[in-house]
Design a protein around this ligand. Structure first.
Ligand SMILES: [Zn+2]
Length: 359
């Protein structure tokens, strides 16, 4: 089988690539909308297809607890369950279970935790995380990792790294469904020496792609940019590089410039629901009184369904009235902003010049 990823153009360290999955070719750089519970909140599959999304993210932790991985498998996998024809990346659940903090205990074989839904005792191990992602039949499965808090002492991060490497080996050895790609995760907090050492360990394993985890979790943006800038340059050039869970449009553009290919973040959809709508170079808060009388679209020139037909004044009304249509239109606009950003980045790279700012 030929390599699933090819770099087709570059500008400086920024790369444009093609990632072959079992559900189509994904052009990179790419932003992956987050579909935590087998839905990108407020949007249908047709909405996502119209927006040009070619890959979305699903969540092992949430889907394993509800409705259950085996139930989704009985529908033929996550694609058929949620009627999504394009690619799906599933995270391993590591980030979620480690976020539970006082509701989980870690041992060398895995994590025991209490469900946030009903308090029942649950357990995730590398083997179970990969079995769940096999049942979901995702196109890209993430290795099960330990994600320590951003303020953790160095020795805690060192312990998390060695555990993550052992777990990564178990994930590589776990049975995979045909065509599923598997990505390893590099931890190390903001310590460059730990990041580089862990990258060397994870890159030595036969993963199809490599991810940077544990960033955008409370450290200052410039500190995060420094880590990405230093570590992305050392990541293998022939495999896709994925920055997990980050971030603002500026974060994403900066990371693309450092050579990162793939992104996901809840920010566009979560912020949309809170009234925070992205526009070139910043955002507007639709709750502000000034927008009640504003006849302009959210963003001039935006091709999305929201901006094509509706005014800021109408959205401000829907938001105040808590009308359900608000959530759909606002989510469509913010995702267009992120997906369009990645498309613009790719076009710039293919044209041979990647500017320092998208605006
Ligand atoms: Zn728009």
């Amino acid at each position: 089988m030929s390599a699933p990823f090819q770099v087709v153009a570059s500008a400086g360290r920024a790369r444009a690539g093609l990632l072959q999955t079992a559900h189509g070719v994904v052009e990179t750089p790419v932003f992956m909308p987050v579909g935590t519970q087998a839905t990108v909140k407020a949007l249908s599959s047709a909405d996502l297809t119209r927006l040009g999304a070619r890959i979305i993210l699903g969540n092992t932790y949430h889907l394993a607890l509800r409705p259950g991985a085996e139930r989704i498998a009985s529908f033929g996998g996550l694609h058929r369950f949620m009627s999504w024809p394009n690619a799906i990346l599933t995270d391993s659940g590591g980030y979620q279970v480690f976020s539970l903090r006082d509701r989980r205990t870690v041992d060398d074989a895995g994590v025991t935790f209490r469900s946030h839904l009903d308090g029942s005792e649950q357990r995730l191990t590398p083997e179970r995380a990969m079995a769940i992602q096999t049942a979901l039949a995702s196109d890209i499965a993430m290795a099960f990792d330990e994600c320590p808090p951003s303020d953790a002492p160095r020795e805690v991060i060192e312990a998390a790294i060695s555990r993550t490497t052992r777990w990564a080996r178990a994930c590589v050895d776990a049975p995979a469904p045909p065509g599923q790609l598997r990505f390893g995760i590099v931890q190390g907090g903001v310590h460059l020496d730990l990041r580089r050492a862990h990258l060397a360990e994870i890159a030595a394993l036969p993963f199809d792609g490599l991810a940077l985890g544990g960033l955008g979790v409370g450290e200052a943006p410039d500190v995060m940019y420094g880590v990405i800038d230093a570590v992305a340059a050392d990541m293998p050039a022939d495999r896709p590089r994925y920055l997990m869970g980050v971030g603002t449009p500026k974060d994403i553009w900066t990371a693309i410039g450092a050579g990162v290919d793939m992104f996901d973040c809840v920010m566009p959809t979560r912020n949309a629901r809170n009234g925070h709508l992205f526009v070139r170079g910043g955002h507007i808060n639709i709750a502000n009184a000034q927008f009640r009388d504003d006849p302009r679209p959210v963003e001039d020139g935006c091709p999305c369904e929201c901006c094509a037909s509706y005014s800021r004044g109408y959205l401000a009304h829907l938001f105040r009235a808590e009308e359900l249509l608000y959530y759909r239109l606002a989510s469509i606009h913010n995702l267009e902003h992120y997906l369009g950003l990645a498309r613009r980045a790719r076009a710039a790279i293919v044209a041979g010049a990647f500017p320092a700012s998208p605006w």
